[in-house]
Design a protein around this ligand. Structure first.
Ligand SMILES: [Zn+2]
Ligand SMILES: [Zn+2]
Length: 275
């Protein structure tokens, strides 16, 4: 049902997207020149040679150890070694649980994931994106034991911000997850209002800031669907919560959130450090 609707729409010519593609090509061509001049170093630490996927061997190992940390499937917070992940939340979850059903994350927002997110956001590293997408696709498959998602929707960026940055990193990441999962990417979720950055705001302020920022177009395609929402980082979950509420209103049956990292105080994962 979802795929059929998508196909019909994709038949139309989308000039805006074609122009974006041309811009992307020029950027890639530029990057290719840079890569010819400087050999590849690890994108996370810049200290050692990069292996496949853009990271050096130690950074790759640290990354995998972070991916294996236990976390809460509702807020994404790292759980202590003796706490079991529960779908009804953890001690760090907000009193009113988020309106998405679960979160899938790769690790805490700390090195090397913090550097990886920044590289994706501001420099669009294709190798890293492929690696993150592959890891997230595996994590999504393992977490969604009640069935895979029907469609992937990136958390949309306001066009003004996308124009300033040159690319929409959530969409690029969504594509990297969609490929191994063989899932379609939709564009039903749209940004209808520009919002100031959420950095430095409390949870309540973030909720207020993001309220009314999203809209859904062609809601009929989402009826009964399990949506996988994709973003780079979650902090309080306010953005995904607001988006999930809009998707539920549009008829989505279930909303899962996939992020690279959960931003949390270092104390949350300190006891695993040095293992
Ligand atoms: Zn490294
Ligand atoms: Zn929690």
């Amino acid at each position: 049902m979802y795929r059929k609707e998508q196909k019909r729409r994709l038949m139309g010519v989308n000039m805006g997207r074609a122009m974006m593609k041309a811009g992307e090509f020029l950027r890639y061509a530029g990057r290719g020149m840079v890569d010819l001049i400087w050999p590849d170093v690890c994108l996370a630490c810049s200290r050692a040679d990069a292996e496949e996927g853009g990271l050096c061997e130690p950074c790759g190992r640290t990354l995998l150890s972070h991916v294996s940390l236990p976390y809460c499937p509702r807020c994404g917070a790292t759980l202590g070694p003796n706490i079991l992940p529960r779908l009804d939340g953890c001690g760090s979850c907000p009193t009113a649980l988020p309106r998405f059903d679960r979160v899938v994350r790769l690790g805490p927002y700390a090195a090397p994931l913090r550097t990886i997110v920044r590289e994706l956001k501001y420099h669009r590293r294709v190798e890293l994106c492929g690696r993150m997408g592959g890891l997230l696709a595996q994590a999504v498959t393992a977490a969604c034991d009640d069935g895979p998602p029907d469609v992937i929707l990136p958390v949309p960026m306001h066009w003004r911000r996308r124009l300033a940055r040159g690319h929409d990193h959530s969409r690029v990441l969504a594509r990297a997850i969609a490929r191994p999962l063989k899932l379609p990417i939709g564009d039903e979720l749209i940004r209808v209002r520009h919002t100031p950055a959420q950095v430095g705001l409390t949870r309540a302020q973030r909720q207020e800031n993001i309220r009314g920022a999203f809209g859904v177009v062609r809601a009929e395609t989402l009826g009964g669907a399990h949506v996988l929402l994709v973003d780079d980082v979650t902090t309080t979950g306010a953005t995904a919560d607001e988006a999930a509420a809009m998707l539920a209103k549009a008829g989505a049956r279930r909303v899962s959130l996939a992020v690279i990292a959960k931003s949390e105080p270092p104390a949350a994962y300190a006891e695993y450090w040095g293992r």
